[in-house]
Ligand binder design. Structure first.
Ligand code: MTE
Ligand code: HPA
Ligand code: MOS
Length: 780
């Protein structure tokens, strides 16, 4: 199409501009199966298939490894061990050098890859793996965090400490004090598309890897290091992932490096895709935490001093555990002001898979601790937890400094909670529920309203940068590329809307293209919810450069001052005449105007000193609140989520339809984490819950029966982010906490709300039933 239609160039609004609620650009392809994931791509001729051989002990020395039967198995072309890695045998994300691609002599968790088989078919490679004879000298293994040395535990990285004021003195002086402990479980990502990579060897040192990764640049570096070649020899391409949720921030490195090593060694394309069971066993998950708290408060429930220890099961390697436990501490306050606070992390080494990023990145675990403290105080004083929450909210002009010494400048939690509370009739329903419970001896209802404040920015300041590449072709169509990756969240759609808005052209003129390290270099992971903040701004910057060149050109050609050149929907007004956008592009091309630009953005204002525990690591905060009502069968511990109301802040939404989807999906995933999703390792360190048969994510039938989700339409980012929007990917995950607290409220009713149930997570029906029994006994 070379020209816009008459209707298009006379419209007073473009299709698909900023703020329009549009479906995901691939939604129809997701449901029809036309969306191409890596395993759907036509395999190049001669493609081989790799499979990983995994350790069968949690900790041990490999004494002997006999792979002769593996080599002799049908279809096997090669067997790779650590010795076949031409470059560095390491894929640690932070340079800790503690994460081998293939274990050499020491294995540190059950399920650790120790060799890779390459065969003509995937099934042949998978079967051949079973024929390995590996002899281990077993070493003592620490599986559970409780097994760590209480005084001098082995840590995977240097822990952070936050302190403001004298917490100890404040707690000791306080009229009231309580201490406690909470266990909160981990979580498997359960992306629909598991890990996968397809490596295609090129000439010389070159290799192209299709990888299901949130972090193409890191995969590029890992492949380059593993092969011992410069980064320029390696190209990573990502069209889309079938879900990442943080699980593909670092965990794709393993699969991409193995595929690339095999592909270069054999000079044939190599694909690797583990089974779901092996994917769950061999890749990292959300960290489970043990949270210890010690708080002092006054008779009204105002917190005076708080001391937290966040101990995390990190697994055998550092991976992102440093940053994850940091973010837990950054969120030990949630929306609450602590006049004096001390918070310390304990990133524990364990002989389990190395835990990693997962939606919220430690933040939810931090917040769950804060919410438990609020709940404890409420029970100690016989008050509604919501009252204690409000009493402790950050102020807007005072009582607004966080434990990491950042002033909260954009606090809107009071308005969010007030609106939600009124809208969902919290007070009335609490009374209705009490009346219901008085008449219902077995099924008990519970309700809870919990808030979230979530810090936006990578806490490692250097990651807060992004690039984009925009080409306008001579027909006026636009090719858009940026450093972010699409994992279902709708990033590409949002960034395309930003570009469409800037040029004032209909969105179907903007083509979203696959992420590749060859177009935009040195990118950060699409993570920390910052995808649209960073890449939206970089794309806007690129589009603006081109637009400014067009303005310069038109001004000169038509002799019209620059401020009289206005981009209208699909056309441009130049003085008192209007030309179609496409016509202007054509003219600009003829006049040799560059119609391509690389854009760049870095987040302003942020800085952070980890040693001191002071700074301004977050550009801004995102807020929200949820009210959940549940019913619990106190004879079985089973529960239903009856109703959920959410009011969430996304600033000025770039796309309310996608943002609402993120809020709904995040909430349900957070609810799954705290209710039914349970990871269990046996004493040998074997993950027992490695398939949907034993690991239960929320089903369609588990969704809240009534689910009212609203965006705070009045909100706009106080900072000049892209069109004043806010990040949305992770913060609503935290709202799942309201379900845990609603269950706790229902459980507490069996003892007249006099005892805090201290419900650990996940609150599986078993755990709920045990809590009910405990309270019944205690209340007798
Ligand atoms: N939504 C979908 N559908 N799939 C995903 O994998 N990942 C989440 C969130 N929402 C995810 C998702 C996580 S962990 C993050 S950090 C953000 O999306 C990343 O994307 P964004 O920065 O573009 O929001
Ligand atoms: N969030 C998510 N991913 C990250 C972060 C973070 O703060 N830091 C490094 N990777
Ligand atoms: Mo999200 S855990 O930051 O990938």
């Amino acid at each position: 199409m070379n020209r816009h239609t008459v209707a298009e160039i006379t419209a007073n609004k473009i299709r698909g501009g900023v703020g329009e609620g549009r479906t995901h650009d691939s939604a129809h392809k997701h449901v029809t199966g036309e969306a191409i994931y890596i395993d759907d791509m036509p395999e190049p001729a001669g493609t081989l298939h790799a499979y990983l051989g995994l350790s069968t002990v949690a900790h041990g020395k490999i004494v002997a490894m006999d792979l002769s039967e593996v080599e002799a198995a049908p279809g096997v072309v090669a067997v790779l061990t650590a010795r076949d890695i031409p470059g560095m045998n390491d894929i640690s994300a932070t340079g800790a050098n503690d994460e081998p691609i293939l274990a050499d002599s020491l294995v540190q968790f059950l399920g650790q890859p120790i060799f890779a088989v390459v065969a003509e078919t995937r099934e042949q490679a998978r079967r051949a793996c079973q024929k390995a004879k590996v002899e281990y000298e077993e070493l003592p293994a620490i599986i559970e965090p409780e097994q760590a040395d209480p005084v001098n535990p082995r840590l995977v990285t240097k822990p952070m400490v936050l302190r403001r004021g004298d917490a100890r003195a404040a707690i000791e002086k306080a009229p009231r004090r309580l201490t406690g402990r909470m266990n909160v479980g981990g979580q498997d990502h359960f992306y629909l598309e598991g890990h996968i990579a397809l490596a295609v060897p090129g000439e010389d040192m070159d290799v192209l890897v299709y990888s299901s990764t949130q972090h193409p640049s890191e995969v590029q570096h890992m492949v380059a290091h593993a092969l011992g070649v410069p980064s320029h020899a390696v190209t990573i391409e990502v069209r889309r992932m079938g879900g990442g949720f943080g699980g593909k921030e670092t965990q794709a490195n393993m699969f991409a490096t193995v595929a690339a090593i095999a592909a270069k060694k054999l000079n044939r394309p190599v694909k690797i895709r583990p089974d779901r069971d092996d994917d769950m066993t061999a890749t990292g998950k959300r960290h489970d935490f043990i949270i210890d708290y010690d708080v002092g408060f006054d008779d009204e429930g105002r917190i005076l001093g708080a001391d937290f220890t966040y101990a995390a099961r990190c697994g055998y390697a550092a991976d992102l555990s440093g940053a994850v436990t940091d973010r837990a501490l950054f969120h030990c306050d949630n929306t609450y002001f602590y006049p004096a606070v001390h918070a310390a992390a304990k990133p524990l080494y364990t002989n389990t898979v190395s835990n990693t990023a997962f939606r919220g990145f430690g933040g939810p675990q931090g917040i769950v601790g804060a919410e438990r403290v609020i709940e404890e105080i409420a029970y100690a004083l016989g008050k509604d937890p919501l009252e204690i929450r409000k009493l402790n909210f950050y102020g807007t002009t005072d009582r607004n400094v966080t434990p990491h010494h950042q002033t909260v400048e954009d606090n809107i939690i009071h308005r969010i909670v007030e609106e939600l509370e009124a809208d969902c009739r919290y007070r009335e329903r609490r009374e209705e529920i009490a009346a219901f419970n008085a008449k219902s001896p077995i099924v008990k209802r519970g309700i809870a309203l919990t808030p979230v404040k979530f810090g936006i920015s990578f806490t490692a300041t250097q990651y807060n940068q992004a690039g984009a590449l925009v080409h306008v072709y001579t027909d006026g169509s636009v090719h858009l590329n940026h450093g972010g990756t699409e994992m279902g969240q709708g990033l590409n759609q949002k960034v395309a809307q930003v570009v469409a808005e800037e040029f004032q052209i209909d969105i179907d003129r903007v083509k979203i293209t696959a992420t590749t390290t060859g177009k935009v270099p040195n990118t950060s992971a699409t993570a920390a919810s910052s995808g649209s903040d960073l890449n939206g701004m970089a794309a806007l910057n690129a589009a603006r450069q081109i637009k400014n060149r067009l303005i310069d050109f038109a001004s000169e050609k038509h002799g019209v001052p620059k401020d009289q050149i206005v981009f209208l929907p699909n056309r441009v007004r130049i003085g008192n005449q209007e030309v179609g956008f496409n016509d202007l592009i054509r003219e600009a091309y003829m006049a040799r105007v560059q119609l391509s630009a690389a854009g760049f953005y870095k987040t302003p204002k942020i800085h952070w000193d980890r040693e001191k525990g002071e700074g301004h690591p977050f550009y801004y905060f995102a807020y929200g609140a949820a009210c959940s009502e549940v019913s619990v069968d106190t004879l079985t511990g089973e529960y239903l989520v009856e109703r959920v109301d959410i009011l969430h802040d996304v600033g000025r939404s770039l796309n309310p339809a996608l943002d609402k989807g993120q809020v709904e999906g995040g909430f349900v995933q957070g609810m799954g984490w705290l209710t039914t999703e349970e990871l269990v390792w046996d004493e040998k360190g074997r993950l027992m819950t490695h398939a949907p048969s034993t690991y239960k994510i929320p089903l369609a039938s588990d969704r809240p029966k009534v689910f009212n989700v609203k965006l705070a339409e009045w909100s706009q980012n106080a900072e000049p982010t892209v069109y004043r929007s806010k990040a949305v990917g992770e913060p609503p995950f935290v709202l799942g906490i309201s379900v845990l607290h609603a269950i706790s409220d229902a459980v507490a009713s069996v003892a007249g709300h006099r005892i805090c149930p201290r419900l650990d997570a996940p609150a599986t029906p078993e755990r709920v039933l045990m809590a009910v029994e405990r309270l019944r006994v205690a209340a007798r």
